[in-house]
Design a protein around this ligand. Structure first.
Ligand code: PMP
Length: 399
């Protein structure tokens, strides 16, 4: 590995820890190899702890990405004609709406301007409207952090609303799981899904999802089975076998990723979930201090709606999307805009997982953003920005 490699500070895939990299970088083992069975079984048990999920819940780790995990939730829970409510915060909520419509659901899509989160009262209103029309809502969907806007939604009131009204609640945690607070059991959420390349801290290739007992029962009650490759009835016996440390097969898992998963989850749990959530909050606060010195404004305008896993930052006057390439020239990859309504007006910096334990990575990121901005001309206080970030980190560590 070269020492001048560019840092990957996009909102996934992310920089991974040396421990995860070493676990991954071995000759491919078979899916029935004893160390894979052990890593698989241990990972599933650890997923419950990272998700803060009930002992009765079922974790699934299957080949695929976040989109696969979303499709799996929809395929198992939604039948044609089912009513669904989507609390839409951007590009990935739009994807969920599209999946639900393709599955034949009757969808109420509650949208908001980029960076905002629809109010819970609007979701209540959607449930009331369905009730007046004599329909019960099957499921409520929301994106915990929408990676296209950096909008953070609070899943807790949505999960309890769904419970009160007899619906399931499904949360896309692809840009949030293992970074933003999520208490699956305490909040009564039914599905929380993610992918390996985000805050879990692995290369891409695994779809990860935990289903509650109620969600599993909803699948059991289906008359028509979902597509075989997504069916919990096909995968669940395999997950149960691995957890009992027995070999099993339905479809070949990415074995190197399974080895890496057990190391990645163990690292997260060694840190502790509370410490983990706090690390992401502290780092986001410190980076915001730096962005503010650089004159960068966030897409989410309200503090409580701003994700701790990425910054979505509007270009200041005179700066354009070529900023992303200019930052890369200074050694750090950041991402361009993604939300179609504002695509050319902002850029995104990911801050999840291992990179947050490396103050040098954060300093390099702020310096590269400052240098990219400076290349447009005008005064940019890069040193001040790094200083603001470091003092914020120090103040938080001291308190
Ligand atoms: N949901 C969210 C919130 C995401 O950020 C992403 C990926 N950026 C996805 C879903 C889709 O995941 P994937 O690209 O791994 O299929």
């Amino acid at each position: 590995m070269t020492t001048n490699r560019r840092l990957l500070m996009i909102p996934g895939p992310i920089e991974i820890s040396p421990g995860v990299r070493d676990a991954f970088a071995v000759p491919p083992p078979g899916h029935l190899a004893p160390d894979v069975i052990e890593a698989f079984g241990a990972s599933l048990a650890m997923m419950r702890r990272v998700w803060l999920a009930a002992p009765s819940s079922q974790p699934f780790a299957v080949p695929g990405s976040g989109t696969t995990a979303m499709e799996m939730a929809v395929a198992n829970l939604i039948a044609p004609g089912d009513a669904a409510v989507v609390v839409n915060t951007g590009y990935f909520s739009d994807r969920m709406v599209e999946m639900l419509r393709r599955a034949g659901a009757d969808v109420v899509d509650l949208t908001a301007v980029p960076g905002e989160v629809p109010n819970v009262s609007r979701a209540e209103g959607a449930f009331d409207d369905y009730a007046r029309a004599g329909k019960t809502v099957k499921a409520l969907f929301a994106t915990h952090v929408d990676t296209s806007t950096g909008a953070l939604c609070d899943p807790r009131p949505l999960a309890s609303l769904a419970r009160e009204r007899g619906a399931l609640s499904i949360f896309d945690g692809v840009c949030a799981t293992a970074a933003e607070r999520f208490e699956m059991e305490a909040w009564g959420a039914d599905v929380y899904l993610t992918a390996s390349q985000k805050a879990i801290g692995l290369p891409a290739g695994l779809a990860l999802l935990v289903a509650s007992e109620r969600a599993l029962a909803a699948r059991d009650a289906r008359k028509d089975p979902p597509p075989l490759a997504h069916d919990w009835h096909a995968w669940r016996p395999v997950m149960q076998a691995y957890e009992a440390r027995k070999p099993a097969y339905f479809a070949t898992p990415p074995t190197n990723l399974i080895l890496a998963l057990s190391v990645g989850l163990a690292e997260i749990l060694a840190e502790g979930m509370e410490a983990r959530f706090a690390l992401h909050e502290r780092s986001a606060r410190a980076l915001r201090a730096a962005w503010s010195v650089l004159g960068l404004r966030s897409v989410p305008t309200r503090e409580q709606n701003a994700a701790h896993t990425l910054s979505a930052l509007r270009f200041p006057a005179g700066v354009d999307p070529s900023l992303v390439g200019r930052i890369a020239e200074h050694g750090v990859y950041v991402a361009g805009g993604l939300h179609p309504a504002i695509r050319s007006e902002y850029f995104r910096v990911g801050h999840m997982g291992y990179a947050l334990t490396r103050t040098d990575f954060l300093m390099r990121t702020v310096e590269a953003v400052a240098s990219g901005l400076a290349s447009f001309g005008g005064a940019v206080d890069g040193e001040g920005a790094v200083g603001a970030m470091l003092s914020s980190l120090q103040a938080d560590t001291a308190s």
